[in-house]
Every structure is written in C-alpha cells, then in structure tokens.
Design a protein around this ligand. Structure first.
Ligand SMILES: Nc1ncnc2c1ncn2[C@@H]1O[C@H](COP(=O)(O)OP(=O)(O)OP(=O)(O)O)[C@@H](O)[C@H]1O
Ligand SMILES: [Mg+2]
Length: 267
C-alpha cells in the first residue's frame, strides 16, 4: 500500500441505508482479463444507494474496463471475484438483464448507430427497462422535457444515434438516456471529457436534477478532472492504478491527485 492511503476496502460512504443491508453495488476481489491478459487485479468497491463515488486513475489503469464489466461486456472475462447489485450476484448476468434491473453505463466513447434515430433507440431501451411498450408520443414528451434541461436541440431526436454528433453532443445524449431510463445505479465514464465549461455545467446540472428526482440513485463517476467533482460533490474518491484500488478518501484526494499526479501510487 502506498504511503498516506486509507484501507482499500469499505471506504467512506461505502454503505448507506439500514445497518446490515447490502450496498447498492458491491465489487468484491474482481479479477478481469481480456484475451488472457489480466487488466483488473483484485478490485474492491462499494457504492451505497444515494451516493456519488468518483473513480480516478491514470490512462490504461482499467477504469473503462471496470465500467464495461459492471454492465457485463462479453469482451471481458471475470476470472475471480464477484459483482453484486442490490444484494444479488450479477456476475453472470447478461448486459440486457442488468440494464432492465436498473444498471446504466454512459460510455466514454459512445458508438454511432447509423439508421437508428435517437427517439427510436430510447423507445426500445425504455420499453425494455419498464417491461411495457411505450408510445412514440410518451417518449417524445419526456425526451423533449429532458432535451430542454440539457440544452439539446429538439432536432436531435430525429437524428441517427451519435451519427455525426460532436463530442459534447454525444455526452449530453448519454445523460439524456440516463435521465429517461431512470436507473438505480449509473456509471458515467468520462462524461466530462471533451465538454466546454458551459456544457460541463449543463451536464453536471442534468446529473444533479436526475438525483433530485431519484434520491436513491447511486453514481460512479469516472474522471480525470476535479471540475466535475466540484459540481457533483462525491461522497468518496477511489484511485485505480494498474488494475487495483490503491487509495480511497474524500474529495480532498482528487485535489491531491491534481497537485501530485499518480507517481506516489505507481508500482
Ligand atoms: N478488449 C480489450 N482487449 C485487450 N486489451 C484491452 C481491452 N480493453 C482494455 N484493454 C487494455 O486494458 C488496459 C486498461 O484499459 P481501460 O480502457 O480500462 O483504461 P482506462 O483506465 O479507462 O484508461 P483511460 O483513462 O485512457 O480511459 C489498457 O492497457 C487497454 O489497452
Ligand atoms: Mg477509459
């Protein structure tokens, strides 16, 4: 363990709610490989209902891998450990089942899907999450409401998903999806990257508004920068280096990283 760091498990804000109840999300000794190459080497992390946690770490440390594995990306193999969501072991659950259960990932690099308009995509995703077919009108109304909150041009609803969207437009679109899908737990993978100052505030405000309407929402914010954390006030900050959590603390840890970089924790 690096000097001056706390314990690597059960960090601050790890659990909320009744004593003895399981945290919303619990990652236990998670080891993950891609094509036989180990990427995550024993990650422990808990996020309680209603709390915001930040995950920071140098490029290539495994943050996006963790995000994708939380949502069951089949490109990765869990070789040891477990992911528990609302007390259930979801490690073997396919992505769509996790989505239906209320897990959500805003991608670092959202994919474009040519030929699929945003509205149609959201209708499918939302119908799957709710377990009932929603009408185009219903979706359009809540979509319009959220697009306005997120400063998006209503014309985006008719455009093909992420096709020709600017970097910032893609990130807003991810938050739009989060707002409409009403997840229980959301991972935001570098949603702040590539946003101008105004867009960052709008996106952060969007996340805060979603949290106001859903106070039990747990959020894991992956970021390289303190600015989004200043906006979202995380309960805990975790630092991932070379596939393992090497430090945990409060927001002051993000400030320290900005000053000192990751050298104190590099192997
Ligand atoms: N599907 C894959 N196949 C092979 N290697 C992979 C795969 N996915 C990730 N890796 C490797 O795992 C390591 C961690 O990648 P990851 O994308 O998780 O890093 P990150 O912490 O999100 O970095 P960044 O801050 O640059 O986004 C990198 O060395 C990457 O090349
Ligand atoms: Mg990444």
């Amino acid at each position: 363990m690096a000097p001056g760091t706390g314990a690597t498990t059960s960090g601050p804000g790890a659990t909320t709610g009744e004593p003895g109840t399981a945290p919303l999300l619990e990652v236990v000794d998670l080891h993950v490989s891609a094509d036989g190459v180990p990427i995550l080497k024993g990650v422990d992390l808990s996020v309680g209902a209603g709390s915001v946690h930040a995950l920071m770490g140098p490029n290539g440390s495994g943050k996006s891998t963790l995000a994708k594995v939380l949502l069951g990306d089949p490109a990765y193999q869990v070789t040891q450990g477990a992911i528990r969501f609302q007390g259930e072991d979801v490690t073997a659950w396919p992505t769509d089942v996790r989505g239906k259960a209320g897990m959500f990932l805003a991608f670092q690099d959202p994919e474009s899907i040519a030929g699929v308009p945003v509205l149609q995509f959201l209708r499918q995703a939302l119908s799957a999450r709710r377990g009932e077919d929603l009408s185009v009108l219903e979706i359009r109304l809540s979509m319009m409401e959220w697009m306005e909150k997120l400063g998006m041009d209503p014309a985006f609803g008719e455009r093909h998903l992420n096709d020709g969207f600017s970097g910032g437009e893609k990130k807003r679109n991810e938050i739009l999806q989060m707002a409409l899908l009403e997840p229980e737990f959301a991972v935001l993978d570098e949603t702040d990257s590539g946003l101008d100052v105004d867009a960052l505030r709008i996106v952060a405000r969007g996340v805060r508004t979603v949290r106001e309407t859903r106070p039990d929402l747990g959020v894991l914010v992956i970021t390289h920068y303190r600015r989004i954390l200043d906006e979202l006030s995380p309960d805990a900050v975790h630092v991932l280096v070379d596939g393992a959590v090497v430090a945990e603390g409060g927001p002051e840890l993000a400030a320290r990283l900005e000053q000192e970089g990751y050298d104190p924790w590099r192997p």
